[in-house]
Design a protein around this ligand. Structure first.
Ligand SMILES: NC(=O)C1=CN([C@@H]2O[C@H](COP(=O)(O)OP(=O)(O)OC[C@H]3O[C@@H](n4cnc5c(N)ncnc54)[C@H](OP(=O)(O)O)[C@@H]3O)[C@@H](O)[C@H]2O)[C@@H](O)CC1
Ligand SMILES: Nc1ncnc2c1ncn2[C@@H]1O[C@H](COP(=O)(O)OP(=O)(O)O)[C@@H](O)[C@H]1O
Length: 498
């Protein structure tokens, strides 16, 4: 798990590295500039392009000056630095790099007001005006300059963070900073890169390693972690010798309705391919033919016979919700399961039923797993203006109710009962199609059935789901939910043998 740090914590990591490595602060800045240039050159190898580098007078601007010098050394001839002179203050390392630049042949101009930007026509822009030192929203000249840079309509590479972008905390939908094509940040992604509103500030990001003290960074007290492939490899177990279907658990998927039987099929299919020993779909009678035709391995339990579930010990996992439908019968079924105090995987319509029954939310069995998308989440826990606020609520609710909340999005936030949030890095827009959430529910259920603890099942389930989608998207414009379900077993094999 990679710890994700706030700007203040990153500053401590800088300082710790400076003192303990030891390395002079100006040398660390040089390292950052080198790391940036290495990434930049990989993308923009045409050294003939004209590059405008906008530098503030803090350390972010100091990086910009060092980057200018390094680009010249690397053969980029048309580099020009624009010093943004809106403040009298400058940092010591900025001053050192400015002197170095003055001694070089790099072209330089001073921007005293945003209007000075009028005649600039670069091919590319590097934004090093304000970095992680941003401490208030942009106003006045800074806001106007950002607007003017955006109006140039050029590809912008941001150093560490786009000017005006807060690395953590609530992001508003009226972002007024620099809009970057790519942000090349140092050592760790910023927490806010994983929140959907960040798309207004940067299309993508890349992390450049500047050799800060990793041990120190990993030990920092944080609520945010980024899941890595090696974590999943640690979680997943190989199939055992002499094992049989009983070894891998029995999952019950309560799902489907007349017009939404596909959801039950998709969730059951994913459960099957994730490796549950047995899968039973609890569906209405109208779905029997479809189930028996499409998924001969899956057993059926008619929903009218649901009272049989009153002996839930038979199942190692009970999931409820995909395509379920909202009616009194299903509400009664959900209530009886919650009252039986067996941990559940709860998705889709079962979440919508819960939203109407706050009394049941309070009674949720500990370690139950809720998998809401944005709308389901807000129906359950109230409207939120920003994703940051939504994740804060998810964290608090997961802790208070001692459950796992899987808040789904491009980057899914897995909120655990201990208040920690694990951000899932896999998945892609080719997966943005109906049924994908049903497949996630089936994947998580398949892992719970195999006796993985709730937290492991969810962290691994989200990763596998997204990774399977990523592999398919390499060759496809869109990935359908059933295709994804069919490919899960292949991806788990890769993850357990790599
Ligand atoms: N050794 C290291 O530490 C390393 C650091 N590195 C680099 O340093 C960057 C952080 O640099 P930094 O801390 O100097 O802050 P930076 O972003 O340049 O801002 C400067 C000043 O701007 C001001 N300001 C803030 N908000 C404002 C606003 N809205 N409108 C107007 N002004 C505003 C504020 O001044 P204040 O308002 O407090 O007087 C602030 O102090 C980091 O992103 C990375 O690129 C790398 O080289 C790796 C090694
Ligand atoms: N752009 C995307 N990038 C990554 N994952 C995505 C993207 N779009 C959708 N997904 C994934 O697909 C699933 C969609 O879930 P949900 O909205 O419940 O779908 P449905 O209700 O149609 O089954 C989630 O796991 C989500 O993370």
């Amino acid at each position: 798990m990679l710890t994700l740090l706030t700007s203040a914590q990153m500053r401590h990591a800088d300082q710790f590295t400076i003192v303990n490595k030891p390395i002079a602060s100006i040398d660390l800045m040089e390292k950052a500039a080198r790391a940036f240039v290495q990434c930049f050159i990989r993308d923009e190898f045409d050294a003939g392009k004209s590059i405008a580098i906008f530098c503030g007078k803090g350390n972010n601007g100091g990086d910009g000056l060092a980057i200018a010098h390094l680009l010249l050394v690397n053969g980029y001839e048309n580099v020009k630095v624009y010093i943004v002179n809106f403040s009298a203050k400058q940092t010591a390392d900025f001053a050192i790099n400015l002197q170095r630049l003055d001694e070089s042949r790099c072209k330089k101009a001073i921007i005293n007001q945003p209007a000075d930007l009028k005649h600039i026509k670069p091919d590319l822009i590097i934004d090093a005006i304000l970095g992680s030192g941003l401490n208030k929203p942009l106003t006045g000249d800074y806001a106007e300059l950002a607007r003017a840079i955006n109006k140039l309509n050029k590809k912008v590479y941001a150093v560490d963070v786009p000017t005006g972008f807060f690395a953590e905390g609530s992001l508003t939908s009226n972002y007024n900073g620099v809009k970057a094509y790519k942000t090349i940040c140092f050592q760790r992604p910023k927490i806010n890169f994983f929140f959907p509103e960040s798309a207004l500030a940067t299309e993508k990001y890349e992390v450049a390693n500047i050799e800060l003290d990793e041990d120190f960074i990993q030990k920092q007290d944080t609520d945010f972690y980024l899941t890595e492939e090696k974590d999943i490899q640690k979680i997943l177990k190989k199939r055992k010798l002499f094992s049989h279907k009983g070894t891998y658990g029995h999952a019950l998927i309560i799902a489907g309705n007349t017009n939404t039987m596909g959801a039950a099929l998709l969730a059951s299919m994913a459960c099957l391919h994730t490796g549950a020993g047995l899968t039973t779909a609890c569906i209405p009678e109208s779905g029997l033919t479809a189930l028996n035709t499409a998924l001969p391995e899956v057993m059926a339990l008619l929903r009218v016979e649901y009272m049989r579930i009153e002996h839930p010990a038979k199942y190692q996992c009970i999931a409820i919700g995909p395509g379920l439908g909202i009616d009194a019968e299903n509400e009664r079924l959900l209530e009886s399961l919650i009252t039986a105090n067996r941990e559940l995987v709860i998705d889709a319509d079962a979440l919508n039923i819960l939203a109407e029954r706050p009394d049941l939310i309070k009674k949720l069995p500990k370690h139950s797993i809720l998998t809401p998308h944005l709308k389901e989440f807000d129906r359950l826990f109230g409207e939120h203006d920003t994703w940051w606020e939504r994740v804060q609520t998810a964290k608090a609710q997961a802790r208070q109710l001692q459950i796992v909340i899987v808040l789904k999005n491009q980057y899914t936030f897995v909120c655990l009962p201990d208040g920690k949030v694990y951000i899932n890095p896999t998945g892609n827009p080719a997966m943005a199609q109906g049924g994908m959430g049903d497949v996630l529910t089936g994947t998580i259920s398949g892992l719970v059935a195999q006796n993985y603890p709730a937290a492991d099942a969810v962290i691994a389930g989200c990763y596998i789901h997204g990774q399977t989608g990523d592999e398919l998207a390499k060759e496809q414009y869109v990935v359908t939910a059933s295709q994804l379900a069919l490919n899960i077993a292949k991806e788990i094999k890769v993850l357990t043998t790599r």
